[in-house]
Write a protein that binds this ligand. Structure first.
Ligand code: UD2
Length: 313
């Protein structure tokens, strides 16, 4: 076996793609996921995998797990990912999106546990609606929701714990991630998972706004590459990285590419802009590039891969 790895939220969209890759690379992987958004079927069958259907807010469980298993790498992906949900239930989601991550860091500190790296996964949401583009890690932080506030605070906790207590830690800010196993079941699911599902089921897609809003859509395999690079490189200690492609595309442009790939026409109804939506989002990924990262999937290649996966799923 290579390393002993913990992935919180490992049954979710990004988590399960990471777990599959880690297992392929011969690691022993432990997943903690309460299956609130994740699915057991996202995970592969493997004797290298240990799965616990548990919430990361279960302190006793997390303490025992961290102390008993002495992980080499810890990826913190468990979160309530719906911004709307965090606005509706901020106290509950705060327990998951911030307190539980702080508790994990405390457990590491109190027990002198020293993983090779702890990687916390944050979001471009921390940049809020500041119109200046592209966003570099130095850009202004404008967290506009409980989700963004908790993500930013956890980022800081994880990095500051590294500096205060000599732990190797880093954080990522994901832009709009898409790809296999993204759950389209909520209206706040990633827009590309919703478009795929509408195209497949020949249903109407509601487009909020005029379609000129743009996003830096990054294929999940590139995200997995970035996560492992950040985990492996000593230079990433104490650092936060945008994870994206460095290019943005408008929603209409993206839909046209999807239609070309699928050979179908998406039925669209236009509706008012969603409250709080931002018009443009694009990342500066120079910092991540310095670690050796180069995205392998441009939008068309990634969408093609994603579409083909769904056809055979
Ligand atoms: C992303 C993140 C969110 C937060 C935010 C910070 C995802 C899934 N969400 O939200 O967690 O980090 O960035 O800025 O990555 N749209 C439609 N019709 C639909 C659904 C969406 O037109 O049925 C539009 C939506 O209005 C927006 C765009 O598609 O303009 C992208 O929406 P999204 O929910 O996929 O992602 P975003 O950027 O709002």
């Amino acid at each position: 076996m290579a390393d002993n790895v913990l992935v919180t939220g490992g049954a979710g969209f990004i988590g399960s793609n990471l777990v599959r890759d880690l297992i392929k690379k011969d690691n022993s992987v432990t997943v903690v996921d309460d299956l609130s958004m994740g699915r057991l079927s996202n995970l592969p069958e493997s004797d290298q995998l240990t799965f616990y259907q548990k919430s990361i807010t279960d302190r006793k469980f997390m303490d025992e797990l961290l102390i008993n298993r002495q992980f080499d790498y810890i990826y913190l992906l468990a979160a309530v990912a719906s911004v709307a949900d965090t606005i509706k239930r901020p106290e509950v989601t705060h327990q998951i999106n911030q307190d539980a991550n702080l508790w994990i860091m405390e457990t590491l500190r109190r027990n002198q546990l020293r993983p090779k790296k702890v990687v916390f996964t944050s979001s471009a949401a921390v940049y809020g609606d500041d119109p200046l583009q592209p966003k570099s890690e130095q850009s202004r932080i404008v967290p506009l929701s409980p989700y963004a506030i908790d993500k930013f605070a956890s980022e800081r906790f994880v990095i500051d714990y590294g500096q205060l207590y000599g732990l190797n830690t880093a954080a990522t800010r994901f832009f709009n991630v898409y790809g296999p196993r993204q759950n389209p079941s909520s209206p706040y699911s990633g827009v590309l998972s919703l478009i795929t599902q509408r195209l497949q089921d020949n249903q109407i897609f509601t487009l909020f706004g005029d379609g000129t809003q743009s996003r830096d859509f990054v294929y999940v395999d590139d995200v997995i590459l970035a996560l492992q690079l950040i985990a492996d490189m000593p230079e990433s200690n104490g650092q936060v990285y945008n994870v994206a492609t460095g290019h943005s595309a408008s929603l209409i442009e993206t839909i046209r590419i999807f239609e070309k790939i699928s050979g179908d026409t998406l039925k669209i109804e236009f509706a008012d802009c969603r409250l709080g939506d931002i018009q443009r989002s694009e990342a500066d990924i120079c910092k991540l590039r310095k670690l050796g990262y180069e995205p392998k999937f441009d939008l068309e290649t990634g969408l093609r891969r994603y579409w083909e996966f769904n056809q055979n799923y």
